[in-house]
Design a protein around this ligand. Structure first.
Ligand SMILES: C[S@@+](CC[C@H](N)C(=O)[O-])C[C@H]1O[C@@H](n2cnc3c(N)ncnc32)[C@H](O)[C@@H]1O
Length: 223
């Protein structure tokens, strides 16, 4: 029997399936930077969590790495929700779950929070959004383009998410979100809507050849 400290998810499907390689965002340096930040945060996550949501799940690598990290620390989550606008991404996650016999993960093929009930239900929300600055004609797709197309300053989906997420987060809830330098992270975090509703802290900044990645933690302010 494998002890929880050795629990490991098998991600072979992501790298071997031709459909996934063509249509789904594969784990990249942004994904790995995000996982590093979550690993450093793991002791700050309570040991019993009801509901975790990943917005923009893609291949599932990020949320399932968090699943693995929590399991290794004997932290229990009742249920994980994975939301993605791309049907191929949802199918990919379904396959990875099946291959790993994971049952407590629900997949929702959805545009952000559309039609999801607003009842402050999530304890933890993570989002590695599409963050690349693009023209408007690349917006509103549901295919691989949706994994990067962020519109003006690459932050149109980011703002849409941040302006809606408050109603879905419980009172002690936390959001982890990735931003890139082109998004002007400082401007986003100083936007009045954000400063009124959240306490923000920068967890990690990582510079690569082409990008500078920022991982922020937002805690809900309660009045
Ligand atoms: C940068 S990729 C991140 C994928 C994965 N979470 C990771 O870290 O490797 C962004 C993901 O967000 C999804 N996405 C983009 N716009 C969305 C929207 N409006 N609603 C839900 N998901 C969206 C894309 O399909 C893509 O899978």
């Amino acid at each position: 029997m494998i002890s929880s400290s050795e629990f490991k998810i098998n991600f072979d499907f992501i790298y071997n399936d031709e459909e996934v390689k063509k249509n789904v965002y594969l784990p990249s340096s942004d994904t790995f930077t995000f996982i590093d930040a979550l690993e450093n945060e793991i002791d700050n996550i309570p040991s019993d969590v009801n509901m975790v949501l990943e917005m923009g799940t893609g291949s599932g690598y990020l949320i399932l790495s968090l699943y693995e990290l929590l399991k290794r620390k004997n932290k229990n989550v009742d249920i994980f929700y994975c939301v993605d606008i791309n049907k191929s991404a949802c199918n990919c996650v379904k396959n990875v779950l099946r291959k790993n016999n994971i049952l407590n993960v629900e997949i929702i093929n959805n545009d952000l929070f559309n039609n999801i009930r607003k009842c402050e239900q999530f304890d933890l929300i993570v989002f590695n959004p599409p963050y690349v600055p693009t023209e408007q004609d690349e917006m509103n797709t549901t295919n691989i383009v949706a994994s990067y197309a962020g519109g003006k300053y690459g932050r149109e989906i980011i703002f849409k998410f941040l302006l809606n997420v408050y109603a879905y987060l419980n009172k002690s809830g936390v959001i982890y979100i990735l931003l890139e330098k082109n998004n002007k992270p400082h401007e986003i975090m100083n936007h009045t809507h954000i400063t009124e509703k959240f306490l923000c802290s920068l967890l990690k900044k990582k510079k690569t050849l082409n990008e500078t990645i920022f991982i922020y933690k937002l805690k809900k302010k309660v009045s």
